[in-house]
Design a protein around this ligand. Structure first.
Ligand code: APR
Ligand code: PHB
Length: 390
């Protein structure tokens, strides 16, 4: 089998890329190692930036998002017994964000893909990417118990953090920048109406907490916990009590309800440069990871493949590879901005077990500054709502 663009991975990056290429008349094949049910049920992030919504609309993948997604015009910060709301449209010249779960984006894109093509193979795990520095790269993959080969003009690794594409770039041709954090998130889904209309990011002496949602009836909540925490050590009652303590504010109450999912998520920051080796391109989590405090992971994946799809369309139209050659440097500018913002949000809001009182006073001073200065608030809102795609 031969295709123009071989895509490894059917997460949001691979699926959106396939949709965008299809709309430009470029053929591609998507290989996904898991089955459809697994990919559609995996719990992930839930915030779409304005530019992500714009591109989903442009490619006809936003019908359900426009019906069921919840537009949000702000978030609340809570610290030191105080609260401050950031008004995104006022601070960013009209941009906002949407609450719409990544799993729903993935379901919508899979449905379109299976309806309109191009081919999407589930339970087709890529085992090797070869010839990235030749004119005819290929993907070896296993499907229906057989070894297969997909030859391609280009290969795009959209196979996430644990995929094989990043490792297919020789160590001598890449550099990886990385840092870890001394805490994780315990995330729950609960069948209860969200206790706030907007997201609440809470700094507290007991650690960070985040109130988010999936719908008007389903809450999504997170607690900072030590690395290596066993979710079994957190019975539901203990989780609600701890959330109560961290969000505590006079006149505000947290609604409790049945917990339907519970998991511990580690955090890291990582960037691999460049995001291209010969005819192999990396996009989304395959190339970079952010801690979730800035809500950037899914949005970066969407921005990468938007830039890449435009570059392939430009190549097809003009025979010029200029935009493809610029893909890595164009994407890395946005990636590093998001890395900085995600690190800023994480270290401003979490309690590092090694930090002293001095560091806590600095965090509080930073949060006070956001509340007092329209410039500081605009800087945060501009990063959160995200820039247009370059
Ligand atoms: N062969 C085929 N598919 C693979 C392989 C492989 N060898 N390895 C991994 N995959 C698949 C995974 O099963 C997964 O479906 O690649 C997909 C990668 O998807 P994601 O991990 O969702 O990554 P990405 O599409 O870049 O999405 C961006 O943003 O919210 C964050 O981390 C969150 O998933 C999110 C990401
Ligand atoms: C989520 O709803 O899952 C979510 C929201 C905001 C974040 C991270 C996760 O910063």
């Amino acid at each position: 089998m031969h295709t123009t663009v071989g895509i490894v991975g059917a997460g949001p990056a691979g699926l959106l890329l396939a949709r965008l290429l299809h709309r430009s008349g470029i053929d591609c094949v998507v290989l996904e190692q898991r089955d459809r049910a697994y990919v559609e049920q995996r719990q992930r992030a839930g915030i779409l930036e304005q530019s992500t919504v714009d591109v989903l609309r442009e490619c006809g993948a936003a019908d359900r998002l426009d019906r069921e997604g919840l537009p949000h015009d702000g978030v609340e910060l809570r610290w030191d017994g105080r609260r401050h709301r950031l008004d995104f449209p006022a601070l960013t010249g009209g941009r906002r964000v949407w609450v719409y779960a990544q799993t729903e984006v993935v379901k919508d894109l899979i449905a379109l893909q299976l309806r309109d093509g191009p081919p999407l193979l589930f339970e087709a795990g890529a085992e090797a990417i070869e010839g990235a520095d030749t004119d005819r790269p290929l993907i070896r993959y296993r499907h229906d118990g057989r070894e297969n080969t997909l030859t391609c003009d280009y290969v795009v690794g959209c196979d996430g953090f644990h995929g094989i594409a990043r490792d297919a770039v020789p160590d001598t041709a890449k550099k990886t920048y990385e840092r870890g954090y001394p805490y994780s998130w315990l995330g729950i889904l609960a069948d209860v109406a969200p206790s706030s209309d907007e997201l609440v990011y809470a700094h507290s002496p007991r650690g960070f907490a985040l109130l988010s949602m999936r719908s008007p009836r389903v809450s999504r909540l997170y607690l900072q916990v030590p690395n290596g925490t066993d979710p079994a050590a957190w019975p539901d009652e203990r989780i609600w009590d701890e959330l109560d303590a961290r969000f505590a504010l006079d006149g505000w109450t947290l609604r409790r309800g049945p917990v339907t999912a519970k998991a511990v998520l580690p955090m890291r920051s990582l960037v691999t440069e460049p995001m291209r080796h010969g005819r192999l391109f990396l996009a989304g989590d395959a190339a970079h990871i952010v801690p979730p405090t800035g809500a950037k992971g899914l949005n970066l994946a969407a921005a990468d493949v938007t830039v890449l799809a435009r570059a392939f369309a430009h190549l097809r139209r003009t025979r010029s590879a200029d935009l493809l050659d610029a893909y890595s440097s164009t994407s890395l500018r946005r990636v590093w901005r998001a890395e900085h913002f995600s690190h800023f949000m994480t270290t401003t809001l979490h309690t590092d077990p090694a930090q002293g009182d001095f560091d806590v006073r600095l965090q509080i001073s930073q949060l006070d500054r956001v509340a007092a200065s329209p410039h500081a608030a605009a800087e945060l809102a501009d990063n959160y709502a995200g820039p247009p795609i370059a």
